[in-house]
Design a binder for this molecule. Structure first.
Ligand code: ZN
Length: 339
């Protein structure tokens, strides 16, 4: 269920995340767990005093726990009718700040239930729901300090933060950038490169599209790579494109990639060891320049690299023309990047 990402967030104190982790992992010594360990005890829920105590009952089914869940669900405006709710999915499509706060709320409720249960067991405390809610509400002050994500510019977000007595969060405004595919100079070829890894690291592919100053596609390649990371795939795509240019006798090349890290390796002459000898073989024969391009205007190489991941290991598809399935960037078209 992806609990790691759900629990370990910067807006939740690590100590609390660790407690949630233990509870979710089934480390709590509930009566059922003790009985399973061979300890002969009578099991009774400390809250309702009617049912046997196991994790399912204690955290989800007991009337006390359910009233706490209902209370917090109402604050967030989430509606669910059954117990098999997926707490992560409830915050889908919500703002990052609401998602983080919801994860924190989940952590506060589940840890508080366990703390109260222990207080009832070992200190003979009685249940006071209003006190528990007050304590949980105080915890949101901690979230208010730790929370760094942005909210949506919506009333419902404001209502949630106001109900939790948290200050409102900044709103992220989406910015739109224009980007263009620029053709190379007349005596130059442009090698558009892209690498992709399906699982980072997993099956990978490299895509290369080579075009001239008229924008015509001289060649396109899809290459299946071994299991590697996105970064390695990006680096290999660049070196494969340059090796192709070297073999064809091209000496003036412009390499474009949407990986800033890969481009920096070449511009700063910090070539990774696994391609250093290949680079040394060709670097003096090529007059090369490197540019980072946005992926919105590097989609042809992206298509070829994704195609590469579905090939047999070690295979490469080579075209000395623009393949029919490939749509390439138009120099006269404006492409947009949203951030
Ligand atoms: Zn109970």
């Amino acid at each position: 269920m992806g609990w790691t990402k759900w629990v370990w967030r910067s807006c939740i104190h690590p100590l609390r995340s660790a407690n949630v982790w233990k509870i979710i992992s089934g480390c709590c010594a509930t009566d059922l767990k003790l009985q399973q360990c061979g300890i002969n005890i009578v099991s009774r829920c400390r809250f309702c005093l009617t049912c046997a105590e196991d994790e399912l009952h204690l955290f989800w089914q007991c009337p006390v726990s359910r009233s706490l869940w209902t209370w917090i669900l109402n604050i967030f405006g989430f509606h669910t009718s059954n117990q098999s709710i997926s707490f992560q999915s409830l915050a889908t499509n919500k703002s990052p700040a609401v998602k983080d706060t919801w994860a924190a709320a989940f952590a506060y409720i589940i840890t508080e239930i366990w703390h109260i249960r222990n207080a009832c067991t070992f200190d003979n405390r009685s249940i006071n729901l209003e006190n528990i809610k007050r304590k949980i509400m105080m915890n949101f002050q901690e979230t208010s300090i730790l929370l760094k994500s942005c909210m949506h510019n919506k009333i419902e977000d404001l209502i949630i933060f106001s109900s939790l007595k948290m200050s409102s969060r900044p709103v992220h405004h989406r910015r739109i950038f224009e980007c263009y595919w620029i053709p190379p100079r007349e005596n130059q070829i442009k090698i558009c490169c892209d690498g992709c890894s399906k699982g980072n690291p997993s099956f990978s592919g490299a895509g290369i599209v080579i075009r001239n100053h008229m924008g015509n596609t001289l060649a396109a390649m899809s290459i299946r790579l071994r299991i590697c990371t996105n970064f390695v795939a990006e680096i290999l795509a660049i070196i494969l494109g340059m090796e192709w240019a070297f073999d064809q006798g091209w000496s003036n090349v412009w390499i474009a990639s949407d990986s800033m890290a890969a481009i920096r390796c070449f511009t700063a002459n910090k070539i990774p060891w696994f391609i250093r000898s290949r680079w040394n073989n060709i670097k003096n024969s090529l007059s090369s320049s490197f540019s980072f391009v946005n992926r919105e205007c590097n989609f042809a190489a992206d298509t070829m690299s994704k195609r590469g991941t579905s090939l047999q290991l070690g295979c490469r598809d080579f075209f000395d023309h623009k393949p029919s399935f490939l749509s390439v960037e138009n120099p006269d078209t404006v492409y947009y990047r949203f951030s």
